[in-house]
Design a protein around this ligand. Structure first.
Ligand SMILES: *[C@@H]1O[C@H](CO)[C@@H](O)[C@H](O)[C@H]1NC(C)=O
Ligand SMILES: *[C@@H]1O[C@H](CO)[C@@H](O)[C@H](O)[C@H]1NC(C)=O
Ligand SMILES: *[C@@H]1O[C@H](CO)[C@@H](O)[C@H](O)[C@H]1NC(C)=O
Ligand SMILES: *[C@@H]1O[C@H](CO)[C@@H](O)[C@H](O)[C@H]1NC(C)=O
Length: 260
C-alpha cells in the first residue's frame, strides 16, 4: 500500500531526463595523433573495444558505456581507464549505429530503446562473467547513464559511476535503486547541463543522499561546464579541462573504494 502510494506520488512529479543532441555537446576532439591503445574484438557476438593494461587483475573489469557517439568517437576514455590498471571493455551497445556528428538524436533514439540496447550489453557482461570476472565496475556517460542505473538496480555489477546521465526517470529510477539494490553509485553532473540539471541532481540526493542509501552514494557537481563535459573538453579552456579530469578522478576513487 505504502509502495503504491509512493509510486503514485513520484509518478506525479517525475522528470524524464532528455537525451541531449550534438548541439549540446562540445566537439573538441582528442588531440590529433592520439593512437588507440586497445582494439575491437567480438565478445559473445558483440563488437567490443577492449584495452588491457600490461598487468591487471583478471577477476575485475571496467565496462565503459559510451555516449550516443559510440565507438567511432576518438575521445577514448576506455584507454584512460585501462591506464589505471583495469581491463576495460566498451561494448557496442549502439548496434553499429552510433549517432554521427550533427545527427538528429530524436530520430536516432527510436531505434535505441532499452529493447535494442540491453541485449548486446548483457551478452558482453555474461561472457565476461563466464571468463572469470567476479566484480564489474560500470562507468557510463550520457546515454550510458540510464544503463549504468539499470545495472545498479539489477545488482549486475559491483559498483556504478555515471556522468551527465540521460533518459532517466527521476526520482523513480533512484527509488528503485534504493528499494532493490546493494550496489554503490556515484554521479558527476554539470551545472550547465540542460538534461540532468542541478535541480534534478538535488531530487536524486533527496532519495539517496545523507546516508539514505547504505551501499554508498556520492554526487559531485562541476560548475561552469555543460552536458558531455566528462567525455570532451576544450583543451584551451582550463575550466573544462579541470572538470573532465575531476570527473574521471572522482569516479576512479569511488570505484577503487568499492571494489574489494
Ligand atoms: C572500432 O570500431 C568502431 C566502429 O566500427 C570504429 O569506428 C573504430 O575506429 C574501431 N576502433 C579500432 C581501434 O579499430
Ligand atoms: C529531429 O527530428 C524530429 C522528428 O524526427 C524533428 O521534430 C526535429 O525538428 C529534428 N531536429 C532537428 C534539430 O532537426
Ligand atoms: C534490469 O531488469 C529489468 C527487470 O527485470 C529488465 O527489464 C532490464 O532489461 C534489466 N536491464 C539491465 C540493463 O540489466
Ligand atoms: C575553446 O576555448 C577557447 C578559450 O576559452 C575559446 O577561445 C575557443 O573558442 C573554444 N573553442 C571551442 C570550439 O569552443
Amino acid at each position: 500500500m505504502l509502495l503504491v502510494l509512493l509510486s503514485l506520488l513520484t509518478a506525479i512529479h517525475a522528470t524524464v531526463v532528455p537525451l541531449v543532441d550534438s548541439s549540446g555537446h562540445s566537439h573538441s576532439q582528442a588531440p590529433a595523433g592520439t593512437v588507440p591503445q586497445g582494439r575491437n574484438i567480438t565478445i559473445n557476438g558483440v563488437l567490443t573495444y577492449v584495452t588491457l593494461p600490461k598487468r591487471f587483475d583478471p577477476t575485475t573489469a571496467v565496462v565503459l558505456l559510451t555516449d550516443v557517439f559510440g565507438l567511432p568517437s576518438p575521445d577514448n576514455l576506455a584507454d584512460q581507464w585501462a591506464a589505471e590498471g583495469f581491463a576495460t571493455y566498451a561494448p557496442d551497445y549502439l548496434n553499429g549505429d552510433a549517432l554521427p556528428t550533427g545527427g538528429n538524436v530524436t530520430t536516432w533514439a527510436v531505434n535505441h530503446g532499452e529493447a535494442q540496447t540491453t541485449p548486446p550489453l548483457l551478452a558482453v557482461i555474461k561472457e565476461l562473467k563466464s571468463r572469470g570476472v567476479k566484480q564489474l565496475a560500470v562507468t557510463g556517460y550520457c546515454f550510458g547513464g540510464l544503463y549504468t542505473v539499470r545495472l545498479v538496480q539489477n545488482n549486475t555489477v559491483a559498483v556504478g559511476t555515471t556522468a551527465h546521465p540521460s533518459s532517466l526517470n527521476v526520482p523513480m529510477d533512484f527509488e528503485v535503486v534504493k528499494a532493490q539494490s546493494h550496489v554503490p553509485i556515484e554521479i558527476n553532473n554539470a551545472e550547465l547541463d540542460t538534461g540532468f540539471t542541478p535541480a534534478v541532481a538535488l531530487e536524486t540526493d533527496a532519495v539517496l543522499g545523507n546516508g539514505q542509501y547504505p551501499p554508498g552514494y556520492f554526487r559531485r557537481q562541476f560548475d561552469g561546464v555543460g552536458h558531455g563535459f566528462a567525455v570532451r573538453a576544450n583543451a584551451s579552456d582550463p575550466v573544462q579541462v579541470a572538470a573532465k579530469q575531476g570527473a574521471f578522478d572522482t569516479s576512479l576513487a569511488f570505484i577503487k573504494k568499492h571494489l574489494k
